[in-house]
Design a protein around this ligand. Structure first.
Ligand code: 2BA
Length: 109
């Protein structure tokens, strides 16, 4: 068995969860926060049998879109007054950041 950990944008989370569940996958949805943008995103935990892994990955790739986001970042150098000056930066976020882990044991009690 494998555990897929998929970090996706909130905008895609609803549709991805519905798509996975309608194809018979079990999904746990966590509200998470990205360390860089410090904005909300969604992490899905999906336990899958090995033979269904590729199909789940295809669904994630199909549903999750990459988007440009403008974020405010502190400047790496202090301004003249010794204060960090925030400036806007554009980053491309997503479609999905996916980790796949081997699961040693899976039990439901
Ligand atoms: P954030 O950490 O908020 O990052 C949002 C986006 O900002 C990233 O999109 C990337 O385009 C950009 N970014 C991140 N760190 C950067 C840096 N040091 N300098 C410049 N730009 C940077 P994604 O790569 O699509 O990542 C989306 C979210 O997935 C991340 O949100 C984070 O929550 C998660 N993530 C990505 N890679 C990860 C990893 N190796 N481990 C754990 N979580 C990860």
């Amino acid at each position: 068995m494998k555990l897929i950990i998929a970090i996706v944008q909130d905008e895609d989370a609803q549709r991805l969860t519905a798509t996975l569940m309608s194809d018979g996958y079990s999904v746990t949805k966590l509200a998470t926060t990205g360390g860089f943008l410090r904005a909300g995103n969604t992490t899905l935990l999906i336990g899958v049998d090995e033979e269904r892994l590729d199909h789940a990955m295809e669904l994630i790739e199909k549903v999750c879109k990459s988007r440009k986001q403008v974020a405010t970042s502190p400047s790496p150098v202090a301004g003249t007054a010794g204060v960090y000056v925030p400036y806007p930066i554009e980053v491309t976020v997503g479609g999905a950041t996916v980790f796949v882990l081997n699961i040693e044991t899976f039990r439901k009690f």
